[in-house]
Design a protein around this ligand. Structure first.
Ligand SMILES: C[S@@+](CC[C@H](N)C(=O)[O-])C[C@H]1O[C@@H](n2cnc3c(N)ncnc32)[C@H](O)[C@@H]1O
Length: 406
């Protein structure tokens, strides 16, 4: 007899009893989705993995520590039969059939009344794939669709609500793989992108020709006017009804003037979505194999901008206090002033032999690292011709360096 195709449906399980028999790997994988759907989950199993146990402890499900017995499916709308005992699975299956409860079975799909599709979600869309008896193919297809929705390569232009106004997107430190999924999707939907010098510039090449790309670094004004010109460009394009992405390096709110742009847009009533990014302050040390914290070595890390020298009256940094800390100091925008900064830290008590690593153009093909101590870093940076962008890491964590693939 020809196999009938399954009939796909989306179950709305909120508040409805779902019985899960067995708490092995299959159950562990399915439980989060059932909980997310708001199901009233009853788990019946003599034992459970620590993560399933934690779900019971936090009240996300009710757990009865015993084996299956007849009657467990009373009141259930849906059941997952996943015990390691084929006879119990068969008995539970028969009970489900008798009670007309849809049930999936992990040991014998052909004996089940329901199959679980490979599912994924992206921005409010649920993707569910059934390929009959080939779960790997279902998963691969699901991955392709979800990935395509996330990175924008699979467009659904007639139905997708495009973002209105401006999206302030943190692009990460430079490696195009280190932007967030949301940032990448918004970029794929943009009409206009205003990009900084730092960040994932390679992604701009992938944009279709109709997308207007404005290089913020080339806006021809002095340092302070440039920000105003950027704000004006954002406002002008958003008012023209374009989907505008302001692409920034790292995270928009870490020395990124992100809030100035949000405020300028708010003054014109333009909505702005902020998409956080991976800040260079953590990711660049990591790319060079340096953890900013390490158990028993550093219990804090402090991210500081060194763009203003310590003796400059405009400086807001208490270098004397920072010198007293034992933990990690991560300096951004400090290449020019590192000699004076190191001298002030030593002058206020940080040992001169404290290890220092300078990482230039982290996460990119041009990444390089120079090691020094507080006493030598000023000279080393000059001698090695270090240029911005660079992150400078000060502290014992520099000695913890592990080899990385980057
Ligand atoms: C204006 S700040 C912006 C920081 C950014 N918002 C972030 O969260 O990474 C620029 C500084 O970030 C650091 N930086 C950014 N990207 C970097 C990279 N790929 N390698 C080394 N340093 C980087 C440098 O210290 C640079 O001078």
């Amino acid at each position: 007899m020809a196999e009938h195709a399954p009939y796909p449906v989306g179950l709305r399980l909120a508040g409805r009893r779902v019985v899960v028999l067995g708490a092995g790997q299959v159950a562990q994988r399915r439980l989060p989705a059932l909980i997310a759907a708001g199901a009233d989950v009853l788990l019946v199993s003599p034992s459970a993995t620590p993560s399933v146990e934690a779900m019971a402890e936090t009240g996300e499900l009710r757990w009865e520590r015993r084996r299956y017995r007849d009657g467990d499916l009373d009141g259930a709308w849906y059941a997952l039969i996943t015990t390691d005992d084929p006879a119990a699975n068969a008995a539970a299956s028969a009970e489900a059939e008798a009670r007309r409860v849809w049930a999936v079975r992990s040991d014998d799909a052909t004996a089940a009344s329901a199959w679980t599709p490979a599912t994924g979600r992206s921005e409010g869309v649920t993707v569910a794939v059934l390929t009959g008896n080939d779960p790997r193919r279902s998963a691969a297809l699901r991955d392709t669709i979800v990935e395509g929705l996330r990175d924008g390569s699979l467009a659904a232009p007639h139905h997708r609500p495009r973002h209105k106004g401006v999206a302030l997107v943190g692009g990460g430190p430079g490696d195009p793989d280190l932007i967030t999924v949301r940032g990448r999707r918004l970029l794929a939907e943009a009409d206009v992108v205003i990009a900084d010098r730092l960040g994932p510039r390679d992604l701009l090449d992938e944009l279709p020709p109709h997308v207007g790309i404005i290089d913020a670094a080339k806006i021809p004004y002095g340092r302070f006017m440039a920000q105003e010109a950027i704000n004006n460009a954002l406002i002008e394009h958003a008012k023209a009804g374009k989907a505008v992405v302001r692409l920034k390096g790292g995270d928009p709110f870490v020395f990124g003037r992100g809030m100035e742009e949000v405020q300028a847009l708010a003054e014109h009533g333009i909505p702005c979505t902020v998409v956080p990014g991976i800040s260079s302050s953590i990711s660049v040390p990591a790319a060079a194999g340096i953890p900013v914290t390490h158990r028993g070595v550093a219990h804090e890390f402090t991210v500081v901008s060194g763009h203003v020298a310590p003796d400059d009256p405009r400086s807001l940094v208490d270098w004397a206090a920072l010198a007293q800390l034992q933990g990690t100091l991560v300096l951004l925008m400090s290449v020019e002033n590192i000699g004076r900064i190191a001298a002030v830290l030593i002058g206020h008590g940080r040992p001169a032999d404290t290890p220092v690593a300078v990482v230039q153009e982290g996460t990119t093909a041009a990444q390089r690292r120079v090691d020094a101590t507080l006493a030598t870093v000023g000279e080393r940076v000059k001698a090695e011709g270090i240029r911005p962008p660079a992150v400078i890491v000060i502290g014992e964590v520099v000695r913890c360096t592990a080899g990385t693939a980057s």
